[in-house]
Design a protein around this ligand. Structure first.
Ligand SMILES: NC(=O)c1ccc[n+]([C@@H]2O[C@H](COP(=O)([O-])OP(=O)(O)OC[C@H]3O[C@@H](n4cnc5c(N)ncnc54)[C@H](OP(=O)(O)O)[C@@H]3O)[C@@H](O)[C@H]2O)c1
Length: 283
């Protein structure tokens, strides 16, 4: 099986390339320097693949509010070009999306085919990317993830660990709920879906269960050898951020259940497994 991975130097891309190399698959790992997914000429050079996985994205949620055009180019036009090219060369197209495509005000888990209602520029551009992919190819897997952390690059657990080295107490929001998800687990799910020849469609690639950022930070402190009691509570209103954050980001896993592919597993158990690797290099 020959894989092409775009955005290969990002948090997810790095883990996906590493897992594929560990099992000796044929992998072409393309960083932004090699292929800019917004450049039609650059994308047009892609050839010879069974699967194209797009791990590239404009992920700066707050910056996107000021520069939606740049975010749209990477999150919508790029996936459109890649999906079209994948169809032309007869490859499956795997695209990674986000909980931000939903309104974030639900009280029960979002289904894969629930209505999209993004509340931020980033979410709008990612929703547009999903539509573009579905319009360009029938052979797509759209995998939505959320609250991603990993070994490569910056992420919430590393930030909180660093902050705890500087401050005796931390204040963390309780009114945003989600599913912390290890990039390595998501990379593994991408591979398992492709291996299973999963039917084209939308899948949710998040851990199971739910917590809020406060609850997650207590687990981060426990894994970092700090007293979880240093983590105090606050609310999102205390932060004046350009982009609204979803209050509720829990994604359901019905599509995985329907095809018998195991979901990632409980967020706390997965964090305990991930923590030594993720916290070993705080960057
Ligand atoms: N992180 C999260 O919490 C989270 C949550 C939900 C969904 N997601 C989604 O999960 C996916 C993977 O996210 P991630 O956290 O791994 O992102 P990431 O670490 O920010 O990696 C994204 C990669 O895309 C590259 N890139 C940006 N513009 C590009 C372009 N025009 N052409 C080619 N490459 C380009 C970036 O390169 P540069 O560094 O050079 O810009 C970077 O290496 C994305 O689709 C994201 O939307 C992430």
């Amino acid at each position: 099986m020959r894989w092409i991975i775009t955005g290969a130097a990002g948090m997810l891309g790095t883990d996906l390339v590493r897992l594929l190399n560990e099992r000796d698959d044929d992998v072409l790992a393309l960083t932004r320097d090699a292929v800019d997914i917004t450049d039609p000429a650059s994308v047009d050079e892609l050839a010879d693949a069974d699967v194209v996985v797009n791990c590239a994205a404009y992920t700066a949620v707050d910056a996107a509010e000021e520069d939606e055009a740049s975010a749209f180019a990477v999150n919508a036009v790029g996936p459109q070009l890649l999906a079209r090219k994948a169809r032309e060369i007869g490859a499956r197209f795997v695209h990674v999306s986000t909980d931000y495509v939903f309104a974030g005000d639900s009280e029960s888990p979002y289904g894969e085919y629930g209505p999209l209602a993004p509340a931020s520029a980033y979410g709008r551009t990612k929703a547009a990317g999903e539509w573009a992919v579905r319009a360009e190819t029938d052979d797509y897997l759209i995998i939505r993830t959320a609250w991603l952390y990993g070994e490569h690059g910056s992420c919430f657990p590393k930030t909180m660990a660093r902050l705890s080295d500087k401050h005796p107490e931390l204040s963390v929001v309780t009114d945003e709920i989600g599913q912390p998800t290890w990039a390595k687990d998501l990379a593994d799910l991408v591979i398992r879906l492709v291996d299973a020849a999963a039917p084209a469609g939308i899948y949710h690639g998040t851990s199971s269960g739910q917590t809020n950022w406060h609850g997650f930070t207590k687990e981060i402190m426990a894994a970092y050898g700090k007293d979880p009691a240093i983590v105090g509570e606050t609310t999102a209103a205390a932060f004046n951020r350009p982009a609204p954050r979803p209050a509720y980001s829990v994604l359901g896993h019905d599509s995985l259940d329907a095809i018998g592919v195991a979901p990632i597993g409980d967020w706390k158990q997965r964090w305990q497994e991930a923590a030594p690797a993720v916290l070993s290099e705080l960057g």
